[in-house]
Design a protein around this ligand. Sequence first.
Ligand SMILES: [Zn+2]
Length: 135
Amino acid sequence: MNYEELLKRAKKEIPKKIDSRERFNPPAIKSFIEGKTTIVQNLKNISKYLNRDINHIIKYLSKELATSGNIDGNRVIFTGKFKNYVISSKMEQYINDFVKCKECGSPDTKIEKENRIKVIHCMACQAVKPLPKIR
Ligand SMILES: [Zn+2]
């Protein structure tokens, strides 16, 4: 492949990348109830997609569902029976509170530490907001 072809290829690939960043479509929660527990199969993928620590998500969901959750390989097991839509709506809340920028609504944010305080730093508008505490 010569230089010109490489250049053409690069030009083709750039808009694709921007597109996929703008389209925010986190994976839907996949879960099922097994005995007295609820197993979420794809929280790891979701945490990767959202660029958040899976333990932070588990902490939030555990608090919201008033239970405890543990990582088991690729799955997360919560004590208690929870319907999929209940976990999904909590996940949506998580995204609103801990992922989306409060200024512009962009989900392209990073958690950073500033003077020992955790903040949400928006990559789109550069706003910096304190990370809400999980209560
Ligand atoms: Zn923003």
